[in-house]
Write a protein that binds this ligand. Structure first.
Ligand code: OOG
Ligand code: MG
Length: 262
């Protein structure tokens, strides 16, 4: 794939994100043959552009980590992208819908490592041993593509729809919980919209972090200590509307909430 094309596709998605302007997916007609490896090249170029404009990476995020989502997209592997500093929303704060295109929220379980993890043989046990804390989080996803309609390469190129993250402030050592049975409810204005358990994330969210280590190791990169890691949606994502109070509760892992303004 030529550098020019990588650059052009990264600019296409970057523009959509900056202007909050939805775009037709890349594989519709711009470049139908976009492969997964090429899509990560486009993502890397997009990340470079964001950093060049002053953006800072806060941490990695995993996506498509549930059996249901993987089946729906007909893939066996999850995907990853990056949360940036300007995407972080303080717990209890408000977001403005006009800052997004068509945002959705999903509850996630976060990890912070005390040491770097690397290599294709990293296990969930390695992850748990290297984990400083787990914490509750809400991810705001906002695909830049029309109607959230995309193929796997499209969404990889679009930094896996990353648009916002609310990191909870309730920290637990992983041995204090059974992460697979942590029950999660997502409520909007007091009504439960979706629910699930930690096991929805690749059997256990720790598996999501080891899969991230495997994927990054192919590029000679590691999962870094100290960065918050989002392990993937525990329940289906829910569309936001003005006036929403979004509250997520996590069994034994606190709760996180924020407001949505017009
Ligand atoms: C892709 C991002 C998926 C997750 O947790 O599964 C994701 C999307 O559904 O727009 O972040
Ligand atoms: Mg997510």
């Amino acid at each position: 794939m030529e550098t020019n094309l990588i650059n052009e596709l990264a600019s296409y998605v970057h523009y959509a994100e900056k202007e909050r302007q939805e775009i037709t997916k890349i594989t519709a007609d711009l470049y139908p043959e976009l492969s997964i490896d090429e899509a990560y090249l486009v993502q890397a170029e997009l990340i470079r552009k964001k950093i060049k404009e002053g953006g800072q990476i806060i941490g990695p995020k995993m996506g498509i980590t549930s059996e249901a989502k993987m089946k729906q997209m007909n893939v066996d592997d999850p995907i990853y992208g990056y949360v940036f500093d300007d995407m972080v929303v303080e717990e209890g704060d408000s977001i403005s819908l006009s800052d997004y295109i068509h945002p959705k929220v999903e509850p996630e379980i976060g990890f912070i490592l005390s040491r770097d993890l690397e290599g294709p043989n990293t296990t969930a046990l390695d992850v748990l041993r290297a984990t400083e804390y787990v914490f509750p989080a809400i991810e705001i996803i906002d695909s830049r593509y029309e109607n959230f309609n995309f193929t796997l390469p499209d969404v990889i190129a679009d930094n896996t729809s990353a648009a916002g993250a609310v990191f909870g402030t309730y920290f637990r050592k992983p041995e204090e919980l059974e992460l697979d049975v942590v029950g999660v409810t997502l409520s909007i204005n007091g009504e439960i919209q979706s629910l699930g358990a930690g096991a929805a994330v690749l059997g256990n969210p720790a598996n999501s972090v080891s899969r991230l280590a495997h994927m990054l190791s192919k590029k000679g990169e590691k999962v870094q200590a100290g960065q918050p890691i989002l392990t993937g949606g525990v329940t289906a994502a829910v569309r936001l509307s003005p006036g929403d109070l979004v509250q997520v509760t996590y069994g034994g892992l606190g709760e996180v909430s924020f407001f949505v303004q017009e």
